[in-house]
Design a binder for this molecule. Structure first.
Ligand SMILES: *Cc1c(COP(=O)(O)O)cnc(C)c1O
Length: 373
């Protein structure tokens, strides 16, 4: 018997990452406190410039969360009550919620069974005369191939708003996610690949007019103090969060590279195991926000791993068209979007973060391989 201390594998370990940047982050936060510029001002502007330049976009507009990034981007794109917006049924709830919050209707599409990305053939079947936009999601950190989406959108005059909440730093065909020129929405929720120490988000775009609208919308539609040219909201990015993000941004590529390395190790070791690992594309197309495998005995596998101290998650357990909140839309229950529905029963996310230790990866591989089902 092995009598050494049991290894634990948390799903995510934000504390270890904090320890690596602790001195810098603490100093940056102290700078904000001393400047007493808590809302707007130089820390926000600095991060916006750094993020735009990292992404390769003309503008980055800092906002209060990924959800507000989506809501404001939809508004800036002119989406209104009565409009329909196509969204994948396998995504985080906020992708659809943002559509509802601008008064429009989310219309759910099925996803591709190997990339888990929005499936254009399915989206095409959902088109109506009210369809105005489509939100491709760069799910799990894998940059989606948007060529087909762009053709489809051009043919039907749809706006494209990208949800990149999970894909900071992924690159496809030489273009970083967020650098397409289109409105692209990022979240800096603490658990994302680039995470703040609270809620935060951003929208990138190359369009000066949309950047101007976004700046107005996030701050009460106010071009100057106590002037309000449109009805906006309060969705500003906090200075403390901006300062933390400025410290963390230079580490992002290294952290993503470590995630890719862990993913490559896991995927090759899990080929021929009781689970189906994700494909690991060559290059920087995937930044492995999540490492999602498939298993026909998913729930038994999760209990088995949990008993061994390995935490797992499901992204996402309930397809959006079947969530309680969207019962009002009247989807006919199971069978409407079969790929998403099947995935929801088989997917399981294994621990994935840059600071995973080799022993934790080995331990996870051994545990999954020893699962008899
Ligand atoms: C996290 C996430 C969001 C929402 O971001 P918040 O910052 O939590 O509001 C939206 N879409 C996807 C795909 C996400 O993963």
């Amino acid at each position: 018997m092995n009598t050494t201390l049991a290894i634990e594998v948390p799903f995510l370990d934000l504390k270890t990452q904090y320890c690596a940047v602790e001195a810098e982050v603490n100093r940056a936060i102290a700078d904000v406190l001393e400047s007493a510029q808590f809302v707007g001002g130089p820390f926000v502007e600095r991060f916006e410039q750094e993020f735009a330049s990292y992404i390769g976009a003309k503008y980055a507009i800092g906002v209060s969360s990924g959800t507000s990034a989506l809501e404001l981007a939809l508004k800036a794109a002119g989406i209104e009550p009565g409009d329909e917006v196509l969204v994948p049924a396998n995504s985080f709830f906020a992708t659809a919620e943002a559509v509802s919050n601008v008064g429009a209707k989310p219309v759910f599409s099925d996803v591709n069974p190997s990339t888990f990305h929005l499936d254009i053939a399915s989206a095409e079947r959902m088109l109506t005369s009210q369809t105005r936009a489509i939100i491709p999601v760069h799910l799990y950190g894998r940059a989606m191939d948007l060529r087909q989406v762009a053709e489809f959108a051009a043919a039907h005059r749809l706006q494209i708003i990208e949800d990149a909440a999970q894909a900071h730093g992924s690159v496809r065909d030489g273009i970083k996610v967020g650098a397409s020129g289109r409105l692209t929405c990022f979240s800096f929720y603490p658990g994302k690949n680039l995470g703040a120490y609270g809620d935060a988000g951003a929208v990138t775009t190359d369009d000066a007019e949309q950047a101007r609208k976004l700046r107005l919308l996030r701050d009460h539609g106010s071009p100057a103090k106590y002037r309000h040219s449109v009805i906006g909201t309060n969705a500003r990015l906090d200075s403390i969060q901006a300062a933390v993000l400025s410290i963390k941004l230079p580490y992002l590529d290294d952290w993503n590279q470590l995630r890719r390395k862990h993913a490559a190790n896991l995927s090759s070791a899990l080929t021929g195991s009781p689970v189906t690992p994700p494909e690991v594309p060559a290059g920087s197309e995937h930044v492995f926000h999540l490492f999602v495998v498939r298993s026909r005995q998913r729930d038994a596998l999760r209990s088995y791993l949990s008993a061994k101290g390995i935490a797992t998650g499901i992204h996402y357990p309930v397809p959006l068209h079947l969530t309680e909140a969207y019962q009002q839309l009247g989807y006919p229950g199971k069978g409407a979007l079969p790929v998403t529905e099947q995935l929801a029963e088989e997917i399981v996310s294994l621990p994935m973060f840059a600071e995973l230790a080799d022993e934790q990866i080995e331990y996870t591989i051994d545990a999954v391989r020893s699962f008899a089902g």
